[in-house]
Design a binder for this molecule. Structure first.
Ligand SMILES: Cc1cc2nc3c(=O)[nH]c(=O)nc-3n(C[C@H](O)[C@H](O)[C@H](O)COP(=O)(O)OP(=O)(O)OC[C@H]3O[C@@H](n4cnc5c(N)ncnc54)[C@H](O)[C@@H]3O)c2cc1C
Length: 268
């Protein structure tokens, strides 16, 4: 998955974009008409447009811009087994909806991941400056519990001979209605948001990136983004405990979220 953003970076450079790796946005210049610049340790970048796509840190960035984002970074993990005889790329991707578990072929073995009922939620303000997601503590027992919950469908995971080749995790951001969060940051002219990936940010990134570029440059996206727009949370305030609980629920019911109430009802 890490190759995808690197691919975007190389493509952007070809179009003349200047990339500043390892240069965090440390603050913002906000004037009477909105965003005027981004402060970094290498100087201030004068700009009237900022897109907050800071993943687990998106809420902190929004705060720095003078807005608020109702998202909670939530640990998500998966494991990949050593190759298993007979497991081939033709295997379908399986989702056991009731158990919130997915299984698919990966490198000759099986990948298993899922959405546990009590995920670890992170307060990004409590992370040390420079924290790398690779430092996130992982807990493989969460995955074995999920594996046991699908032992009827996938008895292979109960085989003591099974070996884990890779165990990884990260910090996707959840919203209360399990939908992406994209659009203008309410109340801060020139500030835009691409957040609330809800563990599905990679797959939509090309389409969402294009639609956001149209929205920023042309005044409207080519796609109807109203269901995932930041506007659905404008003016609503959630107590932190309630926000966490609703985001936990959204994560724990990820595969059933299609029937959830629209966010505005959920927040109200
Ligand atoms: C185990 C696992 C499996 C997943 N599987 C899938 C899948 O199958 N399909 C799918 O679509 N999605 C999947 N996802 C989700 C996907 O990884 C995320 O949706 C995606 O990475 C979100 O991208 P992002 O750019 O919004 O955030 P991130 O990838 O978190 O990037 C945010 C970036 O912002 C940077 N940043 C933070 N603060 C600042 C600052 N102050 N200044 C400048 N930069 C800053 C960070 O360093 C980081 O590079 C999975 C996630 C996990 C953890």
């Amino acid at each position: 998955p890490s190759e995808l953003p690197i691919g975007y970076c190389r493509a952007a450079e070809k179009l003349g974009t200047v990339l500043l790796p390892h240069t965090p946005a440390e603050g913002f210049e906000i004037g009477a008409h909105g965003v005027e610049g981004v402060r970094t340790r290498r100087g201030t970048i004068a700009t009237r447009v900022v897109v907050d796509a800071a993943g687990a840190w998106a809420r902190l960035i929004a705060l720095g811009l003078g807005g608020s984002l109702p998202v909670v970074p939530t640990r998500h993990q998966l494991l990949i087994t050593e190759p298993i005889a007979g497991v081939t790329p033709e295997f379908p991707i399986a989702r056991v909806i009731d158990a919130n578990v997915y299984v698919r072929h990966e490198r000759g073995g099986l990948m298993l991941g899922g959405y546990e009922p009590d995920p670890m939620q992170i307060d990004p303000a409590a992370l040390r400056p420079g924290f790398d997601v690779a430092e996130l503590p992982l807990d493989i027992e969460v995955l074995w519990r999920l594996a046991r919950s699908v032992s009827e469908q996938f008895p292979i995971f109960q085989d003591p001979a099974i070996r884990v080749a890779e165990h990884r995790g990260g910090l996707p951001t959840m919203t209360v209605d399990d939908r992406y969060l994209a659009g203008p940051l309410p109340g801060v002219a020139g500030a835009w948001v691409m957040s609330g990936c809800c563990v599905g940010g990679l797959s939509v990134s090309p389409a969402l990136g294009e639609a956001m570029a149209e929205w920023i440059l042309d005044g409207a996206p080519g796609l109807d983004l109203s269901e995932i727009s930041t506007a659905r949370f404008a003016g609503y305030q959630l107590d932190e405990t309630e926000l966490r609980e609703r985001c936990r629920h959204a994560y724990a019911t990820h595969y059933r979220a299609g029937g959830e109430a629209p966010a505005s009802d959920a927040v109200r």
